[in-house]
Design a protein around this ligand. Structure first.
Ligand code: 13P
Length: 349
């Protein structure tokens, strides 16, 4: 890769992990946003989806102070606000970077029941080139690793891990070729009753394979961002670890797998509550900042939006209150990025 392109990608990646800021994952697919709207009994129409995203992107304090980038879905990157302003322009006006989800979802992996491989490489070069003209400067691709079911097969299989990490590397290379920073997201799901150490082992193996694949495919790590799960027990496990153990094991896992050239690691929330996701991020940054070569921040979907969406409820009269809820959450996560969050801030307005 030439030095100029590498610098351009590195500048974007570094900006994505500006201290006190993180990423808003607002790239729910049409199916996922419908599920979110179902919880507030709102029909998922194009204009409702637009109104909701506009509400978030017009939340000035949150966007200006704590959101370095926003991941969009294909529909959203093409949408205009009610007054005709492109939504991308609202994001840019707040000093935040537009990004785009480019994978086409996790599909059943042939001959490996219960396991998935993420698709979307066909035509990706052309789609990335178009997204760049629409304003996207980074992208996201999510691989899904399910470790919830044992039975007669061991999950995940090596085939599943290898196929997903290879696809992530091919996606990342295409992104960089098109001057777009790839967020590489290998998500080990929280579904199941596995304990924290099982999550550690699978995450470690996945990340070892991922960085091997990225190397083999010529990806420059200085122009990438990693979006992983935390090391955490399955949702149904009766042995839930506390925040100190989660923080210690997560940082240990990354120190053993993620090269120092990677500018930033931004977590998905993956089903943690808003407060849990904030507290765990804070513990890591508070206690381990001096042993981490990368910035550690957030790229939360549900853990940034849950309060905002329920406060909104699809009603115009609730927009200001929903924006206040988003402001509050973004501020708390910004503090957690700095290791300065405290529990009493949760109740302050
Ligand atoms: P959650 O934070 O809700 O897990 O979503 C983040 C994301 O973008 C998953 O791909």
């Amino acid at each position: 890769m030439n030095a100029e392109l590498l610098q351009e990608l590195n500048d974007i990646a570094v900006k994505m992990v500006t201290p006190g800021k993180g990423i808003l994952a607002a790239d729910e697919s049409t199916g996922t946003i419908k599920k979110r709207f179902d919880t507030i009994n709102l029909e998922s129409t194009e204009s409702n989806r637009r109104d909701y995203r506009e509400l978030l992107f017009r939340t000035e304090k949150a966007m200006n102070d704590h959101i370095s980038g926003v991941i969009l879905f294909d529909e959203t990157i093409r949408q205009n606000a009610a007054d005709g302003t492109p939504l991308v322009k609202l994001i840019e006006a707040a000093g935040s970077i537009p990004g785009i989800k480019v994978d086409m979802g996790a599909k059943d992996l042939a001959f490996f029941p219960g396991e998935k491989v993420t698709e979307g490489l066909t035509g990706l070069r052309e789609r990335l080139a178009e997204y760049h003209t629409l304003g996207a400067r980074f992208a996201k691709w999510r691989a899904v690793i399910d470790i919830s079911r044992g039975g007669s097969t061991v999950m995940p299989s090596y085939a599943c891990l290898r196929a997903n990490m290879h696809a992530l590397a091919r996606y990342a290379a295409l992104c960089q070729e098109q001057r777009i920073v790839p967020i590489v997201e290998p998500e080990v799901l929280m579904d199941g009753d596995h304990d924290i150490d099982r999550c550690y082992d699978v995450t470690e193996q996945g990340l070892k394979l991922l960085y091997d694949e990225l190397y083999q495919n010529g990806v420059a790590l200085e122009g990438t961002i990693l979006k992983p799960n935390m090391i955490i027990a399955g949702k149904k496990s009766d042995k839930q670890a506390g925040t100190d153990e989660i923080a210690e094991k997560t940082v240990k896992c990354f120190r053993n797998t993620v090269p120092a050239a990677v500018p930033g690691i931004v977590f998905l929330s993956g089903g943690q509550s808003e407060v849990q996701a904030t507290e765990n991020l804070n513990t890591m940054n508070r206690d381990f900042a001096d042993v981490m070569p990368w910035k550690l921040s957030y790229s939360y979907g549900r853990a940034l939006q849950a309060s905002a969406i329920s406060t909104w409820g699809g009603k115009a009269e609730n927009v200001a209150a929903a924006q206040a809820a988003f402001d509050h959450r973004a501020h708390l996560n910004g503090m957690a990025q700095l290791g300065q969050w405290t529990a009493d801030m949760e109740n302050a307005s």
